[in-house]
Design a binder for this molecule. Structure first.
Ligand code: ZN
Length: 328
């Protein structure tokens, strides 16, 4: 019995394909038919063979072969006898690594979240990455009149930059190395965009802030250079907002963290307890539902689930891709 699904298997670096899996619904489990699946920046690093150290977050060992996928959502098709929160037909968002890059996936009740009424199904299925970035944007400590630097114009960076603008920042500066991402940031409301391969970002930000530095920096690029640049462009007592997941050791120049009394805010929704997530997800999705934040423009590529290797090849080679989705 159970449901047979095609699901992604990351066999080794640069080698991903679909395998058949049988999902048996346990008494406390829910089986969900995916509406769509997103490819996360972290999926890309896994694909490139950069496996992170194991932490409490992991439900399977971070080693090859790895059952990839965590960004998805869809319709409940089966519930176990002890499940109280959901019934067949409910729309849910996945929160967790449950081999979601598949037609169907299986999860515990607490690994799911109900879709807010009226939310576009495409956006609902991307509820996890959207909520995580929105949580960061909403908790970044941005105040009316601030100059905010968002280091990295990927999916989360574009959302966080829009949030900063909506929260009353006077200047939102997006820094990236790719023109396509910067053009999009501009289109979505960033005041200034800086291509750090062509311009001296630190010098420009110093000029733009009369030598003071930015009030808030948000690190969303996930590299050593980016963290060091964030440290450099922040004002005395500024807020350093942390978002990225950097899985490899890096070398940092952190003297200013001490000397300039930098305040750190670690913002990613999924790293709080699931009880907090229950409270926060509807709050983070409300501005999306209200149309205050443009998410649709961030979906740059779409594939059929069967084209999984092609999709990952694109994600690996085309850095202008922002959110790549797969449809079962
Ligand atoms: Zn993710």
């Amino acid at each position: 019995m159970g449901i047979t699904t095609k699901a992604a298997l990351l066999n080794k670096a640069y080698d991903i394909f679909l395998v058949e899996r049988n999902l048996e619904c346990g008494p406390d489990e829910v089986i969900v038919k995916n509406h769509l699946i997103g490819i996360c920046g972290s999926d890309k690093t896994f694909y490139r063979g950069q496996m992170p150290p194991q932490t409490a977050e992991f439900r399977q060992k971070p080693e090859f072969p790895f059952r990839l996928g965590h960004e998805s959502g869809g319709t409940v098709v089966e519930v176990g006898a002890k499940v109280r929160e959901y019934k067949v037909g409910d729309q849910v968002i996945a929160f967790g690594w449950n081999n979601n890059l598949a037609e169907y996936f299986k999860a515990k009740e607490w690994e799911l979240q109900a879709v807010p009424e009226g939310l576009d199904p495409d956006l609902a299925a991307l509820g996890e990455p959207v909520s995580c970035a929105m949580y960061s944007g909403m908790n970044s400590g941005v105040q009316l009149g601030d100059t905010v630097v968002v280091m990295g114009g990927g999916f989360a960076g574009q959302i966080i930059a829009q949030c900063a603008k909506q929260k009353g920042a006077e200047k939102v500066i997006v820094v990236d190395v790719l023109e396509g991402k910067l053009d999009l940031a501009k289109k979505l409301g960033a005041d200034i965009v800086i291509n750090s391969t062509q311009q001296d970002a630190a010098q420009l930000i110093a000029e733009l802030t009369k030598g003071q530095g930015a009030d808030v920096v948000v690190e969303v690029a996930g590299s050593q250079e980016s963290i060091n640049m964030c440290t450099k462009v922040l004002r005395h007592n500024g807020k350093f907002v942390w978002y990225s997941w950097i899985t490899q050791p890096v070398t940092l120049d952190i003297s200013r963290w001490h000397d300039d009394g930098i305040e750190f805010i670690n913002t990613c929704l999924v790293h709080h307890s699931w009880r907090e997530r229950f409270v926060w997800t509807p709050k983070t999705l409300r501005p999306v539902l209200q149309g205050l934040i443009d998410i649709k423009s961030l979906i740059t590529h779409e594939f059929k689930l069967e084209q999984i290797s092609k999709a990952f090849d694109l994600v690996d080679k085309d850095d202008t891709a922002i959110k790549v989705i797969l449809r079962p």
